[in-house]
Design a protein around this ligand. Structure first.
Ligand SMILES: Cc1ncc(COP(=O)(O)O)c(C=O)c1O
Length: 474
């Protein structure tokens, strides 16, 4: 994809909350929001904006609104438009400045009081997690405080406990094979930084976890996609791609895929693992979401199917306990871990010691926490599907094995435009292209069901109103 071009889906994400004032005309509000993005550098010089038609559709406004807003930007000298090359932000492009993806808007944007938020898949922690975290007392901390506090590979007892947990989950692991990170997002970024050089090919599923796309793009990777079918990954197609393309890295979400929610079936996992071993491809398996399974034990990690192959497995405490604990890990060979540690040092000297001590305590509660999560998420899933069947009977979805959100297929229509109309109708949802390296998944939306039954009900009811209104208009 051309890095200087921003797609309509990404621009709509950046424009989050652009029309808030019902007394002001839409074109003025849009011109003001685009002006702010250009002035702040979020839309860097040289960025090619989407065509008027495609952005109007995605924003669910008339083409006239877009024409007027772009004309305003031109008159302010912020963009110029040339026949055939589109509308471009004026100024000299700076090398290495990429257009941002606005992934974290759901954490930073203000959700209006009247708005219902079904857009974030992040799970709140439960009250007992606060008790366990708070039970790390001064006596325990004191012995660590007397030391220097820098543990770039992780606190030794936590590495040991994580190694035991990996082993219990079917992946025999020694402590020196574990690197503790500040969340698995940092794990992704470290792996990307250590392994990917600009121009390297990275194979990802379509759709996939957005944070991984960002980490790979930041390294200048060329992203190639393999479609994720509704019944999971097509192992045969993947195996063929691995043999023909020999990518630098294969990134997979084999256990409770984010956003789709499916888990790779054992036979497919075996076929893919064997192809990885055969072709010598480095596999990055992201197991951050495995603890959101609705039932049963976690599937066998792919790393244990091919112990000799170059596999990095990443995990996280965010889904099981709380994202705010900011503890994740990479499990690989001891040598790979050393390499990642040396890579880490330019950005970070190790994760927070108090957080690691809390994580150590939390690990005693894994079986109980998994049972609680499974029950709560399964209930949420059954509830949202009941509501959808009643209010939006022509919508369908992939039956997930776990997760905190539903991957919904719309019966036609444009998911980005629907999400925009939904925002104005008082409900926030995430459109499919946010999860696609190629801005695909245009007829999909992700709906979170981890936000409590009343919020989910209000969200679905509002979506039904928005959907009916859009249907009447088309
Ligand atoms: C698949 C996947 N990987 C990694 C992460 C990052 O999680 P954290 O950095 O909180 O551990 C997430 C968070 O949503 C995720 O869904």
């Amino acid at each position: 994809m051309d890095n200087s071009r921003i797609g309509e889906a990404a621009l709509v994400r950046l424009l989050e909350g652009w029309c808030t004032d019902s007394r002001e005309s839409l074109h003025r509000q849009l011109a003001a929001a685009l002006t702010a993005l250009i002035s702040s550098g979020e839309l860097p010089p040289g960025t090619v904006l989407p065509s008027e038609r495609s952005l109007a559709t995605a924003l669910a406004v008339s083409r006239g609104t877009l024409v007027t807003a772009y004309t305003t930007l031109r008159s302010l000298g912020l963009v110029d438009s040339r026949q055939g090359s589109g509308t471009r932000v004026r100024g000299v492009p700076q090398p290495g400045v990429a257009v941002p993806s606005a992934r974290l808007v759901s954490f930073t944007a203000k959700v209006g009081q009247q708005q219902v938020d079904l857009s974030s898949g992040a799970l709140p922690g439960q009250d007992w997690v606060a008790d366990v975290v708070g039970s790390v007392g001064p006596d325990e901390l004191r012995s660590w405080v007397r030391g220097h506090g820098y543990h770039p590979a992780g606190l030794p007892p936590l590495r040991e406990a994580l190694a035991r947990q990996c082993t219990a989950d079917g992946l025999p692991t020694q402590p020196e094979q574990v690197l503790v990170t500040s969340g698995s997002q940092q794990a992704l970024q470290l792996v990307a930084g250590a392994l990917i050089a600009p121009g390297d090919e990275v194979l990802v599923e379509d759709p996939t976890y957005r944070g991984a796309l960002e980490a790979f793009r930041d390294r200048g990777a060329r992203l190639r996609t393999i479609p994720l079918r509704e019944d999971g990954l097509d192992a045969e197609v993947l195996v063929r791609l691995l043999r023909s393309r020999r990518p630098r890295l294969l990134y997979l979400l084999p256990a409770v895929h984010n956003p789709v929610g499916v888990t790779l079936r054992p036979a497919a996992a075996k076929a893919v693992a064997e192809a990885v071993a055969d072709t010598g491809t480095t596999l990055l398996e992201d197991l951050s979401t495995v603890d959101t399974l609705f039932s049963g034990p976690p599937p066998t990690p792919m790393a244990s199917l091919v112990p000799e192959a170059p596999v990095l497995t990443i995990g996280s405490l965010s889904k099981l306990f709380w994202g705010g604990i900011r503890i994740g890990w990479v499990r690989s060979t001891a040598q790979a871990v050393r390499q990642l540690v040396s890579h880490r040092s330019s950005a970070d000297l190790g994760s927070s010691v108090p957080s690691q001590l809390a994580a150590l305590r939390l690990l005693d509660y894994v079986p109980r926490a998994r049972r609680v999560r499974a029950r709560e998420l399964r209930t949420g899933y059954l509830w949202i599907t009941e509501l959808l069947a009643a209010h939006l009977p022509d919508w369908s979805w992939v039956v997930p094995d776990g997760g905190a959100s539903l991957w919904v297929r719309l019966p036609g229509g444009n998911a980005v435009a629907l999400a925009e109309s939904a925002r104005r109708g008082g409900v926030l949802i995430t459109p499919g292209p946010a999860f696609s390296a190629i801005d695909g998944q245009t007829d999909r939306v992700r709906l979170s069901y981890a936000v409590g039954p009343d919020t989910v009900r209000a969200g679905v009811e509002r979506l039904a109103v928005v959907w009916r209104r859009r249907r009447l208009r088309t």
